[in-house]
Design a binder for this molecule. Structure first.
Ligand SMILES: [Ca+2]
Ligand SMILES: [Ca+2]
Ligand SMILES: [Ca+2]
Ligand SMILES: [Ca+2]
Length: 543
């Protein structure tokens, strides 16, 4: 079989920051040239139009005589030339006596067993305009595109064209938020641009990658060159609280219209764990001079049957792109929006995009701060640690984290746990003193709430370092009388409640004491005993 190599690079080229698929002319033959080859019979030749009419009045057409039914003329494209935006193949066909014509495509490098055929009846003795619908294609890298005549007659073809749907040039977005990318030196080393367009049927995602070295193995597919695509079709973000999911796969994997997909250069489509068999995806990989492109169509209804895309709708969307240039794998990661490398555990960290006219979108920005946390409560848990709890804040999009302050000094950041009505943190290794803590809620865009203050707690640790073995405090738990027995003089006993407030002071000046606590409310208390030689603190429970 003769392979006619012809590169129609212009059909796939991106200019500036916008992109639209182009129609591709496979032959109008006016220059007397044809790149078609035969399957059988006579070589196809360019001839004068034998029957000019209103459908095709042009001068030159292609003539093919197979001398058998189902012979074919074909063209070959080493890399395939279709894109997801190509929806029709049209031709003017003239079959003296009538018959039928079949579009036949095969020889995909990514799925060599896949064929695509479509048959159309052709009325005889006049030019017929035939339209093949290829909008349902599942592959775009077919290398052979052929036309077969179902009957053993002459077949005349002209104006053969691959038709692209009208695509309003979309703005590119960049995937450039560095998460963990120590090795990315410049845009030629690694950079990712994307185009996302939509209509009521599909999301159309093009990813354009510059990468100077493609590394596919060894290693896990997420550790070598790959790109992960995250979709949250209803923009739920916190459905089933995926963000803190520690199991794999995450519980949202097959629920809620929330997805993680992965594509790898030079490879066919990967859907993680094979669990997305319901999802209809058209996919094509294309090598370029300085990297590679992916063309991906998602059928919207297969992602979530309840979603009807329309202007104004919000979708959770993000990209995590990884560059590995060395062996063993060193992963350099950039995202579209998410600030966390654990993007797969945190759907709330994905960008919110809002669909706009003409298949475009805008990334939602957020200037609205979360509400302040409520009921911030500090509770002493032992002589050095305090547990802080608060009622969770709300946000117009999502609360990302809580910043904890000791006074006005930030001391910790806690990832928001959307599964709980109260969040908490334990503050450890406090030294002696009186503390008031503050908590601020921060959203995904860095907007911080007003701070909310805790109650004040007093930490008394000094006894810990000088515990006297000669002192015992019992019984514990205590119902009424607490006994103090010491080898040296006990000057004073102080009783603290759980928040660190001193609630009773007993002057002792003796080695032994019996303290009546019968009218004390049940709960946790701290007893501080000051002797001539040391201070001792002990947690007791009042029954
Ligand atoms: Ca012509
Ligand atoms: Ca690279
Ligand atoms: Ca690479
Ligand atoms: Ca907000």
């Amino acid at each position: 079989m003769k392979k006619t190599l012809q590169f129609l690079a212009c059909a796939l080229m991106f200019t500036g920051s916008s992109y639209a698929a182009s129609d591709i002319i496979l032959g109008d033959f006016e220059d007397n040239n044809s790149s078609f080859y035969k399957w059988s019979g006579d070589n196809p030749v360019v001839v004068d139009n034998p029957n000019p009419d209103s459908v095709n009045s042009s001068s030159k057409v292609l003539l093919y005589n197979a001398h058998q039914a189902w012979g074919g003329v074909a063209r070959w494209f080493n890399n395939g030339i279709l894109t997801p935006d190509h929806i029709k193949i049209e031709a003017d066909v003239y079959i003296p006596g009538g018959g039928g014509i079949q579009l036949y495509m095969d020889n995909s490098p990514t799925n060599s067993s896949s064929k695509f055929t479509q048959f159309k009846n052709v009325t005889g003795d006049s030019w017929q305009h035939v339209v093949f619908d290829i909008s349902s294609l599942t592959l775009f890298d077919y290398r052979q595109i052929a036309f077969q005549n179902s009957v053993d007659t002459a077949l005349y073809l002209d104006n053969i064209k691959i038709v692209a749907k009208v695509v309003i040039p979309a703005d590119t977005f960049v995937v450039a938020k560095k998460l963990d990318a120590p090795g990315i030196t410049d845009d030629n080393d690694y950079s990712v641009k994307g185009i996302l367009t939509w209509d009521t049927d599909s999301l159309y995602l093009t990813l354009m990658v510059k990468d100077d070295t493609i590394v596919l193995e060894p290693g896990n597919p997420w550790d070598v060159d790959n790109i992960e695509i995250y979709l949250d079709m209803k923009n739920l973000k916190t459905a089933d609280c995926p963000r803190n999911n520690t199991s794999w796969p995450p519980s949202w994997q097959s629920n809620y219209g929330m997805y993680q997909f992965r594509v790898s250069p030079q490879k066919t489509w990967e859907s993680l764990n094979g669990s997305y068999s319901n999802v209809k995806v058209n996919y094509r990989y294309e090598a370029t001079a300085d990297g590679y492109n992916f063309y991906i169509n998602f059928a919207v209804k297969s992602l979530d049957s309840t979603v009807n895309l329309a202007v104004g709708d919000s979708i959770g969307f993000d990209i995590l792109a990884s560059d590995d240039d060395t062996n063993p794998a060193v992963r350099n990661q950039v995202s579209y929006h998410s600030p966390v490398t654990t993007i797969y555990r945190d759907a709330a960290s994905w960008a919110t995009i809002v669909l706009t006219e003409n298949g475009k979108f805008v990334k939602a920005e957020d200037n609205i701060a979360p509400t302040a946390p409520g009921n911030v409560t500090a509770e002493i848990v032992n002589t050095t640690n305090v547990k802080l709890t608060w009622d969770v804040s709300t946000d117009n999009i999502v609360v990302q984290s809580y910043v904890i302050f000791n006074g006005n000094t930030p001391i910790d950041t806690v990832v928001a746990d959307c599964s709980k009505a109260k969040n908490s943190v334990t503050i450890r290794n406090l030294t002696d003193g009186t503390y008031t803590f503050k908590v601020k809620a921060v959203d995904l865009y860095g907007n911080a709430s007003a701070s909310a203050s805790s109650n004040t707690v007093t930490i008394i640790t000094d006894a810990v370092a000088h515990v006297s073995t000669g002192l015992s405090i019992y019984p514990n738990p205590v119902a009424d009388v607490l006994n103090i027995r010491s080898s040296d003089n006990v000057r004073q006993i102080t009783l603290y409640n759980i928040t660190g407030q001193a609630c009773r002071v007993f002057m002792i000046n003796s080695n032994n004491a019996n303290i009546d606590l019968s009218n004390l409310n049940p709960g946790i208390y701290f007893i501080k005993a000051e002797t001539d030689n040391s201070n001792v603190i002990q947690r007791i429970m009042k029954k």
